[in-house]
Design a protein around this ligand. Structure first.
Ligand code: VGL
Ligand code: ZN
Length: 195
């Protein structure tokens, strides 16, 4: 497949934060391995003048998703902490980039970058029709961001070489991929983009 980036395209990089990387509070196995490829996508979009949206989990310290507060996750991505910062090797352009914080209030969680954020408004404002989505975790925030985008009417490309999952229950990643595909997401690799 050959895809040419148009002015109606945006890149969404999901949750590439310290706590989701090896040694973080909620590590995605090999989450750091996708950074070089993600950086290639980021540079490609940025060079073309296309916007790049970085979502981040940005929780208050008493968040309901944390085990201590009735949730299923260890404490992670507490706002303003080291664990919530973007991973050091992730390339963050100076221009045309937007940070989208989610899960920011104590009583709500958001696996999708569209949930409780202005991401959809920002995309619509710029006339974006197609979104390219990569990051972590395939079976949680990537999946939900992809399904959210499809529901909102965007054409969605998932970066097959730029996602990593958790697989808490064996098969979760495979099921997530099948669900995204069956709802219309198209999986691509860096070589599919015509530079
Ligand atoms: C995520 C678990 C909890 C994710 C966020 O980014 O996939 N997973 N919070
Ligand atoms: Zn979270």
């Amino acid at each position: 497949m050959k895809i040419r980036i148009t002015p109606f395209d945006a890149l969404i990089v999901v949750d590439m934060q310290n706590d989701f990387m090896p040694n973080g509070a909620l590590p995605v196995p090999n989450g750091d391995k996708i950074v070089p490829i993600l950086n290639e996508y980021i540079k490609l979009f940025n060079k073309n003048g296309n916007p790049v949206y970085f979502t981040r989990d940005w929780h208050p310290k008493e968040h309901l998703s944390f085990k201590d507060y009735g949730g299923i996750w260890p404490t992670h991505c507490v706002m303003e902490t080291e664990g919530a910062k973007f991973y050091k090797d992730l390339f963050i352009p100076n221009d045309n980039k937007f940070i989208i914080s989610k899960g920011t209030s104590k009583d709500f969680d958001a696996y999708s970058g569209f949930q409780g954020t202005i991401l959809d408004d920002l995309l619509k404002e710029r006339g974006i029709k197609r979104v390219f989505i990569g990051g972590v975790a395939t079976d949680y925030c990537v999946k939900n961001t992809v399904l959210g985008a499809l529901n909102l009417g965007y054409q969605v490309f998932v970066l097959e070489d730029g996602i990593k999952g958790v697989d808490l229950n064996k098969g979760d990643v495979e099921r997530a991929i099948n669900e995204m595909m069956s709802k219309g997401a198209v999986f691509i690799n860096i070589g599919d983009i015509k530079d």
